[in-house]
Design a protein around this ligand. Structure first.
Ligand SMILES: NC(=O)C1=CN([C@@H]2O[C@H](COP(=O)(O)OP(=O)(O)OC[C@H]3O[C@@H](n4cnc5c(N)ncnc54)[C@H](O)[C@@H]3O)[C@@H](O)[C@H]2O)C=CC1
Ligand SMILES: CC(C)CC(=O)C(=O)O
Ligand SMILES: [Mg+2]
Length: 353
């Protein structure tokens, strides 16, 4: 097992440190894992003038899996777009064709009181969001800002090829087959052509999966249904931008964005594993970030790239055991609990493991 470690910026380093302590426990039991660190994002720009240096990309290409912290920060927001930290994560996804992004929103029983919704609405929640990750308006050309003030114009292009839509829908159907056999495809076909095509193809593919109950929902309604009655969903499949937004929303059902891990997979099971959140500049450097999304992303790595569901399940159980002790970082703390630090949460997971 060869893993690239890209901690990135902001809280990326703080949460990666705790994930590596968990990895060290497994190593001490004899698990053979080769790890190598590399700079990415703002840290790489500061050191080399490039958010995704060739050496980092090469390491990623030679690794079986990537553990990724987070990138970004306000100090980089005025740089040309190809120098910004975000270029690194978008570039990695595109270069490695990590097109299938799995974002599970589960409410752990130990955390049902931390959700923004009442426990009776969220308890037992178990949604898998399947997000397409290398197409859509984030990558479509042309794009730009033209003209001069006060007549400037900004434009982006929302594009999807049939092949891109087909392969992610197949991931959605297969994911549903392995779970509750209900797939809700999210689009905006009443307004957008890419998503009309999306819906047409979903209907075409559906007969290949007769056991899966396919439904469609417009994205604005989905945003509302997620907070009205989230347990109606089993698997959600959607495009890059809608999936980005809906998964941040879904994270709050679980208690915090600091709880949501993700896997970004290519067609062969190689993957990049990262929390769905960003670099959290408002809390970076304070040692208070929740490391659980990062640790749970490592669990996903063992499940999806290394077929070690045993290790994935052990890490997930250790996270639940840590939460069961009552320990809470500030983002999931209740009024009566004193928030713990990032390191204290990491220690609790290590002890439980
Ligand atoms: N894949 C990546 O590396 C991503 C990077 N970003 C970048 O991150 C930077 C900050 O973006 P924001 O919009 O502020 O989103 P963010 O996800 O970094 O933070 C949003 C809010 O959630 C909180 N939060 C996030 N992770 C947390 C954790 N583990 N524990 C406790 N609280 C946590 C933050 O403190 C903040 O209040 C931007 O430069 C953005 O481009 C954003 C999303 C994904
Ligand atoms: C940093 C962005 C490019 C991506 C993002 O917000 C995400 O993938 O969740
Ligand atoms: Mg996002």
């Amino acid at each position: 097992m060869k893993i690239a470690l890209l901690a990135g910026d902001g809280i990326g380093n703080e949460i990666m440190r705790e994930a590596l302590r968990v990895l060290d426990v497994l190593r001490s039991e004899g698990l053979k894992i080769e790890t190598q660190e590399a700079l990415v994002g703002g840290a790489a720009y500061d050191a080399h003038g490039d958010p995704l240096p060739d050496a980092t990309l090469k390491l990623v290409q030679q690794s079986d899996a990537i553990l990724f912290g987070a990138i970004g920060g306000p100090q980089y927001d005025k740089l040309p777009r190809d120098k910004r930290p975000e270029k690194a994560i978008l570039g990695l996804r595109k270069e490695c064709d990590f097109f299938a992004n799995l974002r599970p929103a589960n409410v752990f029983p130990e955390l049902a009181d931390a959700s923004t919704l009442k426990p009776e609405v969220v308890s037992g929640l178990d949604i898998m969001i399947v997000r397409e990750l290398v197409g859509d308006i984030y990558f479509g050309q042309p794009r730009g800002i033209t003209g001069a003030a006060p007549n400037r114009e900004g434009f982006n292009t929302m594009r999807y090829t049939e092949a891109q839509i087909r392969r992610i829908l197949h991931v959605g159907f297969k994911t549903a087959m392995a779970r509750g056999k209900r797939l809700c495809s999210i689009d905006k076909m009443n307004v957008l052509e890419t998503t009309q095509l999306w819906r047409d193809i979903a209907e075409e593919i559906a007969p290949e999966y007769p056991e899966v109950q396919l439904s469609h929902m417009l994205v604005d309604n989905c945003a509302m249904q997620l907070v009205r009655n989230p347990r109606q969903f089993d698997v959600i499949v959607t495009g890059n931008m809608f999936g980005d937004i809906l998964s941040d929303e879904a994270s709050m059902l679980t208690g915090s964005i600091g709880m949501l891990p993700s896997a970004s997979l290519d067609a062969n099971g190689k993957g990049l594993y990262e929390p769905i959140h960003g670099s959290a500049p408002d809390i970076a450097g304070k040692g208070v970030a929740n490391p659980l999304a990062m640790i749970l992303s490592m669990a996903m790595m063992f499940r999806y790239t290394f077929n070690r569901t045993d290790l994935a399940a052990r890490i997930e159980s250790a996270v639940r055991a840590a939460l069961a002790t009552g320990l809470r970082t500030a983002d999931i703390a209740t009024k009566t609990t004193k928030p713990c630090t990032t390191a204290e949460m990491g220690t609790a997971v290590v002890k439980a493991l």
